[in-house]
Design a binder for this molecule. Structure first.
Ligand SMILES: Cc1cc2nc3c(=O)[nH]c(=O)nc-3n(C[C@H](O)[C@H](O)[C@H](O)COP(=O)(O)OP(=O)(O)OC[C@H]3O[C@@H](n4cnc5c(N)ncnc54)[C@H](O)[C@@H]3O)c2cc1C
Ligand code: FES
Length: 255
């Protein structure tokens, strides 16, 4: 049994709502009486009724810390068995949530200047959470999707740039092709690794700091098993405990 650091919590939480956003993505809202997450942090989630042994890492997309019924919500995209089972939990059923885990976007924010938030697919989840933390601070939001857009109801950017690979959401193409990094003091991104690599490359060319939230398969989620390492210019780092957000200039992306 892997010990959970005392700052994190492991709670059996009731699912309040399961809303399908399209054929492969749903929004799950759980009752959550633990610490309020910060944008960028994630939870290891494992349904009580499941066939998988390990929880799956999922970023907090938002939360309601109101005293009467605190909750946290997530966007889940079906990928394999674990995420498929998560999309099938019914309201009233419970799941084990361990978290909040990992680092937060808010610690990487310049004091002033324009910033861009870039989300691809379910990677929009931690970016919408970040947008929610920004208050009056202006930002541009870039959302990239395979098909129709989802999950953007709560973002209120200066400019909203949406791109879809099949042309059914905003501009046709990859969102990284529409980003103009030179307009920003810093760029923050979460999504599929090829998208992150493209965003990091264009920021690097423009000399603009870029921070990316990386995905690795995770077993413990708390830094104990070394199962989630990424390569950086400083050597190996644990995605769960040293990240998941890293300075893109320090990440060595796979070829
Ligand atoms: C910090 C973090 C936050 C995440 N936040 C979200 C989120 O908000 N919403 C969401 O839908 N998903 C999120 N993910 C991804 C999600 O955890 C994986 O899709 C999930 O673990 C896959 O489990 P599975 O059982 O469905 O698929 P599996 O059967 O385990 O795998 C299906 C396929 O996906 C590949 N794969 C599985 N996990 C990963 C991974 N982490 N990175 C790269 N390839 C992988 C496998 O190699 C396999 O080809 C996040 C991942 C991390 C690390
Ligand atoms: S998942 Fe165990 S160290 Fe990251």
């Amino acid at each position: 049994m892997i010990p959970i650091p005392s700052s994190k919590q492991c709670l059996l939480c009731e699912l309040l709502h399961n809303t399908a956003l399209n054929e492969t993505v749903c929004r799950l809202e759980f009752r959550w009486a633990g610490s309020i997450p910060r944008a960028g942090q994630f939870f290891m989630i494992r349904p009580e009724r499941t066939s998988v042994f390990l929880g799956r890492p999922i970023s907090a997309a938002g939360w309601n810390s109101g005293a009467s019924s605190p909750s946290v919500h997530f966007l889940i995209a079906k990928r394999g068995r674990g995420t498929e089972e998560l999309t099938r939990i019914n309201p009233g059923e419970r799941a084990e949530l361990i978290g909040p885990l990992g680092n937060a976007w808010g610690d990487l924010l310049p004091n002033e200047g324009p910033i861009a938030l870039v989300g691809g697919g379910a990677g929009v989840a931690p970016m919408t959470a970040f947008a929610g933390e920004l208050g009056d601070r202006a930002y541009d939001f870039y959302g990239g999707f395979k098909s129709a857009s989802f999950g953007l109801e709560s973002v209120h950017p200066l400019s909203l740039i949406i791109a879809g690979e099949d042309g059914s959401a905003g501009r046709r193409g990859r969102i990284s092709d529409f980003l103009e990094p030179a307009k920003y003091r810093a760029v923050y991104a979460c999504g599929p690794e090829p998208m992150l690599k493209a965003v990091a490359g264009s920021c690097n060319k423009a000399g603009v700091p870029c921070f990316v939230s990386l995905e690795r398969r995770m077993a413990c989620g708390v830094g104990a098993c070394l199962g989630c390492t990424i390569k950086t210019v400083w050597g190996s780092r644990r995605c769960c405990a040293d990240g998941p957000i890293f300075n893109a200039a320090e990440v060595i992306f796979d070829e």
